[in-house]
Design a binder for this molecule. Structure first.
Ligand code: SIN
Length: 489
């Protein structure tokens, strides 16, 4: 093992104070690689959520009234501190989430990049002066912070999905309440400690950890002071939040499930396509919303790709993310392992060929962890579960196709629309296919598309709103039109 493990017991952050939950409830955090308890965190009550909303609300006027430059400075300082602590935060992440330590440190860097990117955007929240229709008037358009915002963040990227929301919220002048997934609260606390140490005023960011996501949502959605909620998670929960948001017509951003197609045309650079497929499919053990989940390969290169992929996947080392050389960590919990296995067994029962993997791994030091072998399936068809549902695990199922038209139809045949990938060396085809794929994000000749400067988000049942990029800050701002009459010519 590369590093010493220390237990962490965290607290809530409310109005600049690190506090226990009222009533003193706590819950444990478990290492998915070993089943060991690695720390604990308060189990917040409804009173705690209300206190966090009070704190965010009290801090709002001061924060949105501060200059954009001063907010930008604090965002940059936060980015620097997050980066300085990449070793410590990465270790916490590996312990509670499972991803290999180098990948965890990479995520901390990714998390810092959102703070830095939005520091720049804070300085560019320009309004407009529009030529009036009535010559006696003047027409001003202002962009203003929407108000108190809440971020409900997932366990698969516990640092970066939080700063992807907090960065633009802070830049715009919003104050926030963060509710991380109950599996990964310790990383969230470590990031907020860095932001706090950067000198961000009390109450601008607040942390609520709780086992009751339903209770927290009801409090956030039921309070008129919370004007914006951003959620990353399943489509099923996202739909529930849309219903909850209706009562007070709250502004929502939703980054929901994906079921990404990865298309390889026979004119592609085959070696690169296989490497990019592995990078996309097996990142975070297949637990990303943008992971390749259906692989379509043109018939002329199909067998070659199946073979190469099988050979390369066989070399991926599975294990505790603290061990050097591990590429695939554990899945988040036992249910995730069950789901991956269900998809694999269903595909085999319906005629797919198992190229490699296809089993839980429990031998030696994998005992006690949630490990599943990186798997490749050949001959996946549309009646199989893996073809219809997001697996969220290290399983690649391949399907052959014949024509460009067919590849596009297969790729678009889903209710999801987050990310899609394809490989071709024909640049006319590249533009045609990119235009026709019904997705919010396209990776053309690459399997890694995530970056702070790009607008990330989906269409259809993958959600709405964009995070990152120049437009990411708009989700936390409202546009106000001011018509000044009687000015004259
Ligand atoms: C996600 O899986 O939700 C996001 C991953 C990323 O930002 O790359």
């Amino acid at each position: 093992m590369a590093t010493t493990v220390t237990r962490r017991d965290e607290r809530l952050l409310i109005g600049g104070e690190w506090v226990d939950a009222t009533g003193g409830g706590r819950f444990d955090v478990t290492n998915p690689a070993t089943g060991e308890i690695v720390g604990s965190t308060p189990d917040a009550t409804a009173d705690d959520v209300r206190a966090a909303i009070d704190a965010a609300s009290d801090a709002l006027e001061g924060w949105r009234g501060a200059t954009a430059l001063s907010r930008a400075r604090l965002l940059r300082r936060s980015a620097d501190l997050i980066r300085e602590r990449a070793g410590e935060i990465g270790l916490i992440m590996t312990l509670e989430q499972g991803k290999p330590l180098p990948e965890a440190k990479g995520e901390v860097e990714y998390a810092a990049s959102f703070m830095e990117w939005f520091a720049g955007e804070a300085e560019r929240t320009y309004g407009q002066i529009v030529p009036p229709m009535n010559p006696a008037n003047r027409v001003l358009v202002m962009r203003q912070a929407v108000g108190v915002a809440a971020a409900i963040t997932p366990w698969n990227f516990p640092a970066a999905m939080m700063t992807r929301k907090l960065g633009p919220a802070m830049a715009a002048g919003c104050t926030s309440i963060v509710k991380p997934a109950s599996a990964t609260p310790l990383t969230a606390a470590a990031i907020l400690r860095a932001i706090e140490d950067a000198g961000v005023p009390k109450g601008v960011v607040n942390l609520i950890t709780s086992r009751s996501a339903g209770m927290v949502s009801r409090e956030l959605f039921g309070d008129r002071r919370v004007r914006k909620i951003s959620f990353t998670g399943s489509t099923e929960v996202g739909k529930e939040l849309i219903r909850l948001s209706a009562d007070q017509v709250k502004k929502l951003s939703l980054e929901l499930g994906g079921h990404a197609p990865f298309v390889i045309f026979d004119d592609a650079d085959i070696d690169d396509a296989v490497d990019q497929l592995i990078a996309s499919k097996f990142r975070n053990a297949g637990q990303t919303c943008v992971c390749a989940n259906r692989v379509y390969v043109q018939r002329g290169v199909y067998q070659q790709i199946v073979e190469r992929l099988g050979q390369k996947v066989a070399r991926l080392v599975v294990g505790n993310g603290l061990r050097d050389g591990v590429a695939i960590g554990p899945l988040i919990d036992d249910r995730a392992v069950d789901k991956a296995d269900e998809h694999v067994q269903d595909a085999i029962a319906r005629g797919a060929r198992l190229v490699i993997g296809g089993e839980r791994l429990t031998a030696g030091d994998l005992k006690g962890g949630n490990f599943y072998a990186p798997t490749v399936l050949d001959g996946v068809t549309d009646e199989m579960l893996i073809y219809r549902e997001e697996t969220f695990g290290p399983v690649a199922g391949l399907t052959p196709f014949d024509t460009e038209e067919q590849a596009i139809a297969y790729a678009n045949d889903t209710v999801y629309g987050l990310a899609a990938y394809f490989h071709t060396r024909d640049y006319a085809r590249l533009l045609r296919v990119a235009e026709r794929l019904d997705y919010g994000i396209i990776g053309a000749n690459t399997g890694i598309i995530s970056a702070a400067n790009a607008p990330f988000g989906g269409v259809k049942e993958s959600g709405y709103g964009r995070e990152g990029g120049a437009v990411g800050i708009d989700e936390y701002m409202t546009v106000k039109y001011v018509c000044v009459g009687g000015v004259g010519q």
